[in-house]
Design a protein. Structure first.
Length: 180
């Protein structure tokens, strides 16, 4: 079956959403596991998420424009940023009144996932308070089990485009797994 998929994808360009950081590396890795070298050299890789992030800013100024329909004057000055942040929050509460509550405890719970082990939420606690992957081919699997059965996954994460916090968490889990 892997040979059929490889033949089907022979010399085609690839596109997807977050595909350059997730799908393409996963595809290459899965082919390698099947003993097939899937060469992406010479292919065009189009990542729609990358286009989205390049074209639509993720800044306070952009949020202010989106939610308040105004340009942020004196961006990055403390007073302007605080005022704009407050106005954006007010606009969000109004726009999403059916989903948000104007209550600090509710907004804290909404903004924070207490199941996250790392800040990015790549690793989360399961119902038994054990660390599991929250992404990729091992999503839902215990981190320590994955490191036992596929130690190269740890190396892949350390070399990958993950935050330092995520890398510190997986390193601590890896060391804990080795001690046991």
């Amino acid at each position: 079956m892997a040979n059929d998929v490889n033949h089907y994808l022979n010399n085609v360009d690839l596109a997807g959403y977050n595909s350059n950081r997730f799908d393409v590396p996963l595809l290459v890795d899965e082919f390698l596991r099947a003993g097939i070298e899937f060469d992406i050299r010479g292919r065009k890789l189009i990542d729609v998420q990358h286009i989205f992030h390049k074209m639509e800013q993720r800044t306070l100024s952009a949020a202010y424009k989106f939610y308040c329909n105004q340009e942020l004057i004196d961006a990055h000055s403390a007073e302007a940023d605080v005022r704009a942040t407050y106005e954006v929050l007010e606009a969000q509460l109004e726009r999403y009144s059916d989903q948000l509550q104007p209550d600090a405890a509710f907004l804290h719970a909404f903004c924070n996932n207490s199941k996250n082990v790392d800040l990015a939420g790549r690793i989360v606690y399961d119902d038994k308070k054990r660390e599991v992957f929250n992404f990729g081919k091992y999503k839902g699997r215990l981190v320590t089990d994955v490191f036992k059965t596929d130690p190269s996954y740890y190396d892949w994460m350390l070399k990958g485009d993950f935050s330092r916090d995520t890398k510190q968490v997986v390193t601590a889990l890896r060391l804990r797994e080795r001690e046991n």
